[in-house]
Design a protein around this ligand. Structure first.
Ligand code: MF3
Ligand code: CO
Ligand code: CO
Length: 254
């Protein structure tokens, strides 16, 4: 079942989305060589709880029978696609670092991620990150009442594949707001004009994970960390948005 959110509910999701996005602004200011991913996690944790929120990932059980996620954000470096677990690892010059934050405020969820390049990153890392961010922007431009779910995936796929990159299939965007993960699933690949119609009041994420090489992934023995099957780079950007009559209302702006 896909929830249609009221204007009041959407304003609550915007508040949690803004908090998550502000946490990413704080991450951006503090990401430098030598900083540990665990320190980034502490910054996010303290920022969200200090503003009356709850980090949704902390203790999150997921659906794959793994240990609960032990941190307040995901930090995914280089070949890590998503769900990197913060620890004592230090960020290095040239790293591609994706950080994903989900905040709960007054019971409502806002979910957003960005990829950062630290220092002198290789040219391919820059091109991958730029293409991924552009693909999210192009996908958001497709969102409006009456559009099709396939329009979103098509916009992403047709932007990144001609550049030699690939779209991760294993993870998808998702409805969000009253719960962390709701229907519908939002694939980042697809055919224009196909799939269910979007309807005003739907709230979901678009969160393309784009790989430098093959689209396949594998999950490490910790049950969470997803890495590219070929060890090449992966980038991700994510916004939470509401469908309106004439476009997307992005709810994760700071
Ligand atoms: N924020 C992620 C998403 O975009 C989910 C992270 S779940 C975690 O759906 F447990 F790995 F943190
Ligand atoms: Co998400
Ligand atoms: Co997320």
């Amino acid at each position: 079942m896909i929830y249609i959110k009221s204007a009041q509910q959407i304003e609550k999701i915007r508040k949690s989305g803004r908090l998550a996005s502000q946490a990413l602004d704080l991450v951006a200011e503090n990401l430098k060589p030598g900083v540990t991913t665990g320190y980034i996690d502490k910054l996010v944790h303290d920022y969200i709880t200090g503003n009356g929120g709850i980090p949704a990932t902390l203790g999150y059980k997921g659906s794959r029978g793994t240990i609960p996620f032990p941190a307040s954000c995901c930090v995914s470096i280089n070949e890590v696609v998503v769900h990197g677990i913060p620890d004592r690892r230090q960020i290095r010059d040239g790293d591609l670092v994706s950080v994903d934050v989900t905040a709960i405020l007054e019971g409502f969820y806002g979910d957003t991620a960005r990829t950062f390049l630290v220092g002198e990153a290789p040219d391919v890392a820059r091109r991958l990150t730029a293409a991924t961010e552009e693909s999210l922007r192009l996908a958001i431009a497709e969102v409006r009442n009456g559009a099709r779910l396939g329009d979103i995936g098509h916009a992403i796929q047709s932007h990144v594949e001609p550049r030699g990159f690939s779209v991760v299939r294993y993870f998808v965007g998702h409805g969000v707001g009253l719960h962390f993960h709701e229907e519908p699933a939002v694939p980042h690949y697809g055919k224009k004009g196909k799939g269910p119609r979007l309807q005003s009041g739907m709230v979901f994420t678009i969160e393309p994970m784009i790989n430098e090489g093959v689209y396949g992934i594998k999950i490490l023995d910790d049950g969470w960390t997803a890495v590219t099957a070929d060890g090449k780079l992966s980038a991700q950007f994510e916004h939470t948005m509401a469908v309106t009559a004439d476009g997307a209302d992005i709810l994760t702006l700071s």
